[in-house]
Design a protein around this ligand. Structure first.
Ligand SMILES: [Zn+2]
Length: 427
C-alpha cells in the first residue's frame, strides 16, 4: 500500500548559550501524490538495509500514523536511503541584498569534507556520502532575500516554494536533478540573522509534493544559513555539524531537543545538540538507519534474567545495542558510550540508558535519557553541551529499575578491553 505522502518540516534551535526559548515546528498537511526522488524507495527508505531477524521482531516499535516523524522502525517511506552511496547535490546560493562574499567553494568547504567523514565514521563506512557541486559559483536568486520572506518557522509555502522553484530554474541548465538523492542549499552566511540569534536552517524531508525538477520532486532538501559560530574559536572544527543534523532529517531522524532545550537527550545525539564538540548518534538511530547488523542488536523481550555483552558504540564491530521493549510503541535502549570516533566529549564512559517512544513526534521528546547521577551538574566543561546529562551513563555496579514494568538493568562488569556486560531482568 502506498504510504500517505506527508510534509515534514524540522526547525532547528539556536545555541544553548542563547537565552531565547527554542521553538520547534513540525508541520504537516495532507498532500497529493508524487514520486520520491530516485534514491528513495516507497517503503522504509531510511532503513533500506535495516537489520531484522525474527528475534528482533518484538523490538520493532512503531508510532501511530498521526506521528509525522517517528522513532519507529522501520522508518516511513519517502526519505533518502541511508546506506550505500548517497549523492548530495550541494548548491551555494546568494541574493542581491546578501551577495556572496568570497569564493562559493569556501562556503562549501565549511561543511566538507567534514560532513562525509562524519557520516563515514558514524555509519562504520556503510554510508558513502558524496557531496557534489556541479555549479562552483554562487547561484544568484532573482529576488532579494527579503522578498522571499524567509523567517523562523516559515512553512514550505509560499516563500520556500518560490525559493526552491527559483533555485531549480537557476540550476537546471547545468544540473540533472534525477542524478541526486538529496539537496543541500548552503546560503551565503550574510542572508538572514546570525545563528546566535535565530537559527533559520531547516530541512524539508519526505515531501513528495515539493516543487518538481527534471520530473522528480525536491522531496528531501536541507537549507543551511548563517554560521553556528559561538565565538569560542572552534568554528572551523565544529561549525559543519549543522549539516549532518539537517541531513539526519533527510534520512528520517526526528529532532530530539524540545521547546525546553536539550535536557531530554543532551549531547548524546547530533539530533539533540549540534553546537559545540562533535558527537555521535544514538545506537537506536544507527539501527534505524541500517548501520547495524542483526547480530549487533539484542532484543530483551523474554522474562527472566539474561546477560548481554556490549562493545563501544563508536568502534566498528561487536554487539552495540540492547533494546528492552515495553509495548508496541516504547522501550528502553542500552548502549556503551566512550570517548572515541565522533564522540569526542564523553567525560564519563558507561552504559547509556534511554527510553524511545515511537508515538512522540519530532521535537516533542521522542527519546529521554536517564541520568545515573542526577543533580550532579555533570562532568563536562565543554561549551554548548547540556552539562547535567554529560555524566548520565551507568557504571559497573550501578543499576536502573522500572518496578512498574518489572524491569531491572544491572551493569555487571567492564573488562580490560573496555567492553561491558549488562544484565537485564524481566519479571
Ligand atoms: Zn532538526
Amino acid at each position: 500500500m502506498q504510504p500517505q505522502p506527508r510534509r515534514r518540516i524540522c526547525k532547528r534551535r539556536a545555541a544553548a548559550l542563547v537565552s531565547v526559548t527554542a521553538l520547534t515546528f513540525a508541520v504537516s498537511t495532507s498532500a497529493g501524490t508524487g514520486r520520491p526522488w530516485p534514491g528513495s524507495s516507497t517503503t522504509g527508505s531510511g532503513s533500506a538495509a535495516l537489520a531484522r531477524s525474527p528475534a528482533l521482531t518484538p523490538c520493532l516499535i512503531s508510532g501511530a500514523s498521526a506521528v509525522q516523524m517517528s522513532e519507529g522502525i522501520p522508518t516511513a517511506g519517502g526519505y533518502a536511503h541511508s546506506t550505500g552511496t548517497v549523492h548530495a547535490l550541494t548548491l551555494m546560493v546568494d541574493f542581491s541584498d546578501a551577495p556572496g562574499q568570497g569564493d562559493a567553494l569556501d562556503r562549501f568547504h565549511e561543511f566538507f569534507p567534514q560532513t562525509q567523514n562524519w557520516f563515514r565514521t558514524a555509519s562504520y563506512g556503510r554510508l558513502d556520502y558524496r557531496p557534489e557541486t556541479p555549479i562552483t559559483h554562487w547561484l544568484r536568486m532573482p529576488k532579494s532575500f527579503k522578498d522571499y520572506g524567509i523567517e523562523r518557522g516559515a512553512p514550505f509555502d509560499p516563500g520556500y516554494r518560490g525559493l526552491v522553484q527559483d533555485i531549480v530554474a537557476a540550476a537546471d541548465p547545468t544540473v540533472d536533478f534525477q542524478d541526486y538523492d538529496l539537496l543541500n542549499v548552503l546560503m551565503t552566511p550574510n542572508a538572514g540573522p546570525s545563528a546566535l540569534d535565530t537559527v533559520l536552517s531547516v530541512t524539508f524531508a519526505g515531501n513528495a509534493e515539493a516543487p518538481v525538477a527534471d520530473g522528480v520532486p525536491i522531496a528531501n532538501a536541507s537549507f543551511v544559513y548563517s554560521r553556528q559560530d559561538d565565538g569560542s574559536g572552534s568554528y572551523d572544527h565544529t561549525g559543519f555539524r549543522v549539516l549532518p543534523h539537517e541531513n539526519g532529517h533527510i534520512f528520517g531522524l526526528p529532532d530530539l531537543y524540545t521547546p525546553e532545550g536539550g535536557g531530554a537527550v543532551g549531547h548524546w545525539d547530533i539530533m539533540s545538540e549540534d553546537w559545540g564538540a562533535d558527537n555521535d548518534l544514538l545506537g537506536w538511530h544507527k539501527w534505524k538507519l541500517g548501520w547495524l547488523d542483526p547480530s549487533q542488536v539484542s532484543c530483551a523481550s523474554r522474562h527472566g534474567s539474561t546477560e548481554y555483552p556490549l562493545t563501544p558504540l563508536a568502534t566498528e564491530g561487536g554487539p552495540k545495542l540492547i533494546f528492552v521493549p515495553l509495548d508496541g510503541r516504547t522501550g528502553y535502549a542500552l548502549e556503551l558510550r566512550t570517548q572515541a570516533g565522533n564522540d569526542e566529549s564523553v567525560c564519563r564512559p558507561g552504559i547509556l540508558i534511554y527510553k524511545v517512544n515511537a508515538d512522540v513526534d519530532t521535537g516533542s521528546g521522542p527519546v529521554k535519557v536517564y541520568d545515573a547521577h542526577r543533580n550532579s551538574g555533570g562532568c563536562t566543561r565543554s561549551p554548548n553541551i547540556q552539562a547535567e546529562l554529560s555524566d548520565a551513563p551507568f557504571a559497573p555496579g550501578e543499576s536502573f529499575r522500572d518496578p512498574g514494568a518489572g524491569i531491572r538493568i544491572d551493569i555487571a562488569a567492564a573488562d580490560l578491553d573496555g567492553n561491558y556486560r549488562v544484565r537485564v531482568t524481566r519479571t
